[in-house]
Every structure is written in C-alpha cells, then in structure tokens.
Design a protein. Structure first.
Length: 235
C-alpha cells in the first residue's frame, strides 16, 4: 500500500482516539471539575468512567460532543498527508492543539491559561523545528502583541471577552512565525467578522431582532484562519 495511504489510515485512528481524549480534557476544563467525566451532564447521575461515551440510563441523555470531536478530528487528521506541506509529525500536534482550544472557546468563550501555555510550548518547539528560533519568537511577540493592541484599542467589533485572545494570538504566532503571523491574524479577524455579520443578518432577517452586542467566540476563527494558512506553508 502507498505510504501516504498508510499514514492517512494511521492518522484517522489517532485522530479518533485523540478526539475522545480531548473531549475529556475539554469537559474537565469547561466544568472546572473531574466530575464531568463520571457524571451525566444533564441529570448529574453517577455513571462511572464511560459516562461521556454512552447514553445515560436514567435520563436518556447521550453526550454528542465526544463523537463529534472524534469524527471531525479523525477526518481532518486523515486528510493531513494530502492537505499539508509540513510533515505530519509537525502538522498533526498543531492541528490537535488548535482543535482543542477552538472547541473550548466555542463552547464557553473560554481560554484556559495553563492549557494554552502548554500548547504554546509544544507548538513553539514545532515552530522552532519548522522555521527557526528567530521567526518563532518574533511570531509569538507579534501574535500576542497584535492581539493585545487590538484588545486595547477595542478595534474589533466582534466582541470583547478578556485577554484570552492575546494568548491565542501567541499560539498562532509561534506556529506561523514571522511574517506568516500577520496574515494569520488578518485572516482570523476576517473570518470572525464574516461569521459575526452572518449571525447579525440571520437574526435581523429571520427573527427581526438586533444582536449586534452579543459576544461571539473569536478564538475558533483565529485558529481556523491560522490552520488554513499553515496548510500552505513549507516545501
Ligand atoms: Zn442522565
């Protein structure tokens, strides 16, 4: 069998398992307690360590997120050997890190500092491997600094939540390096803006309601934009 097909199949399996595992990590962080792993998220019944992976016998609730995450990450992972130009050994960990942070931010507008610090270290090491120390450090500075400036100025009309975006800016920065980080921040901002516009239009037209003040998660779009650019990097 073709080596690339073998890699893809391996990544399909790895992505699926990682998706289930990352759902556990996300659950603990979002709930701020380990109980999320062992108790039904709807009725709170104690179900043991398989709670996230099966239907609750008490209330019938079936946690969907683990399976959505496993399926999505498996599919994206399997595509990496074709989609990306970086070696999958570098591309896959970055993809998994971005995926986890995007999910947590999407679910709860949350950027968990200890987790994103670890992600910056891991992805930073990959960044140094891929485009050198200087580019990675400059990317970190520009990424975090750029988001910090935007945060300070309140330029983004999308939403203001806190300094979480500065951390995510740093994460994007180490992965894309200098000068890629500039395009990354720009594309992320544009994607978030398009989404915000879509939400506002949808509510205005469908429900005759103005939701311009409603916060939307910015992080997932920043990460998606950076990831799309990442696929085009490398030789
Ligand atoms: Zn239940």
């Amino acid at each position: 069998m073709d080596a690339r097909v073998m890699t893809s199949l391996f990544l399909l399996l790895l992505g699926g398992l990682a998706g289930l595992l990352l759902d556990g990590v996300a659950t603990v962080i979002l709930r701020a307690t380990w109980q999320g792993l062992t108790h039904c998220e709807r009725c709170g019944a104690r179900l043991g360590w398989t709670a996230r992976w099966r239907r609750c016998p008490h209330c019938g609730h079936w946690p969907r997120r683990p399976w959505v995450m496993a399926g999505l990450l498996a599919l994206v992972s399997a595509g990496l050997p074709w989609l990306g130009r970086w070696p999958v050994l570098a591309l896959w960990p970055v993809t998994a890190c971005f995926f986890l942070h995007a999910v947590i931010d999407w679910e709860d507008r949350l950027v968990y500092t200890p987790l994103v610090s670890v992600a910056i270290l891991i992805c930073g090491a990959i960044g140094v491997w891929m485009h050198g120390l200087a580019s990675t450090l400059l990317g970190l500075l520009i990424g975090a600094g750029g988001m910090g400036v935007l945060y300070g100025l309140g330029v983004l009309f999308v939403r203001w939540r806190g300094l979480g975006d500065v951390w995510l800016g740093g994460l994007v920065g180490v992965v894309l390096g200098w000068p890629g980080v500039i395009a990354g921040l720009t594309l992320g901002t544009m994607l978030a803006g398009l989404y915000a516009l879509g939400v506002v239009l949808y509510y205005a037209l469908r429900h005759r309601q103005w939701v311009g003040e409603q916060p939307i998660p910015y992080g997932p779009f920043l990460l998606l934009g950076a990831w799309l650019l990442l696929l085009g990097q490398g030789s």
